[in-house]
Design a binder for this molecule. Structure first.
Ligand SMILES: CC(C)(COP(=O)(O)OP(=O)(O)OC[C@H]1O[C@@H](n2cnc3c(N)ncnc32)[C@H](O)[C@@H]1OP(=O)(O)O)[C@@H](O)C(=O)NCCC(=O)NCCS
Length: 247
């Protein structure tokens, strides 16, 4: 069973990142989604696109298996609730977690303590990048972005910034309305990229916002309201037992 790849338990001060791909083998798909209850499957089947259903089910399945490894409880036993005002999912009394999916990638993060957010985006060309950044990036980020050459370097920098910003908003449970209250660096690397946090009650120095380094096809980042002590990343191969590429 692939879940044996995920270490049991989680100490305070550890962040666990688990990723996989929606092109998993049929056997692995069945294993991954087995603990997802009928009510969640029915909700997932309402998505118009099959890929959205798959991304959602795999994310929820991956989360359940990870929570099971961490807590010792059965994967099907978790009651994944959704905050009525923000849409942020949570498990009452359980560890903080976050789910993200884009393209073929699914990533979850579970924290031993504190709040966590994760985001992933398939890097793709955005025809109206100028307008998108004007409405989502802070002035310092816009200046930094415009220093990247147009085309692929600027698009990649945009997605690095976007995933870093969205990860922290997901950790906070905010929607995208607070995008302008946060500034991150847009350069490559896995160090802490948070430059400014203008959200009342939040301390800049408490947070760690880092990119997850992987293939050039995806940008991914996590945000954690802790100094980074230990981050463990586990990639589930699409056909467990065979080597494959992680994001
Ligand atoms: C959170 C959000 C930015 C993610 O959007 P996205 O880039 O399309 O999708 P991602 O793959 O990154 O994330 C989706 C996952 O985020 C989680 N999520 C949804 N809303 C969330 C929120 N407010 N905070 C944190 N996580 C959230 C869910 O687990 C979801 O996946 P699932 O439904 O399959 O379990 C978007 O759903 C959003 O803006 N939600 C907030 C809506 C809002 O503004 N509410 C009003 C008051 S804050």
């Amino acid at each position: 069973m692939f879940s044996s790849l995920i270490p049991a338990g989680i100490p305070p001060g550890e962040l666990r990142l688990v990723d996989t791909c929606i092109r998993v083998s049929p056997d692995l798909l069945a294993d991954l989604t087995a603990p997802v209850p009928e009510s969640e499957r029915q909700r997932a089947s309402r998505y118009i696109h099959t890929e959205d259903t798959l991304r959602h089910l795999i994310g929820r399945g991956l989360l359940r298996h990870t929570l099971a490894q961490i807590t010792g409880q059965p994967a099907a036993s978790f009651n994944i609730d959704v905050d009525a005002s923000t849409g942020k999912p949570f498990v009452a009394g359980g560890p903080a977690f976050s789910i993200a999916h884009s393209g073929e990638a699914v990533v979850i993060a579970v924290a031993g303590n504190g709040r966590v957010g994760v985001d992933v985006e398939a890097i793709r060309s955005i025809p109206d990048l100028h307008n998108v950044t004007r409405s989502s990036f802070a002035p310092d980020e816009l200046s930094a972005l415009n220093r990247f050459p147009e085309g692929e370097p600027r698009t990649a920098a945009f997605f690095r910034g976007w995933t870093r910003k969205e990860a922290i908003l997901k950790a906070l449970g905010h929607g995208l309305s607070s995008l302008h209250d946060i500034s991150v660096s847009l350069t490559e690397g896995d160090r802490n990229t948070l430059l400014r946090l203008g959200i009342p009650g939040e301390e800049l120095r408490a947070w760690t916002v880092c990119s997850m380094v992987g293939t050039p096809l995806y940008a991914a980042a996590f945000a954690w309201d802790q100094p980074v002590l230990s981050v463990r990343r586990i990639s589930i191969p699409i056909d467990y037992g065979h080597q494959t590429q992680s994001i």
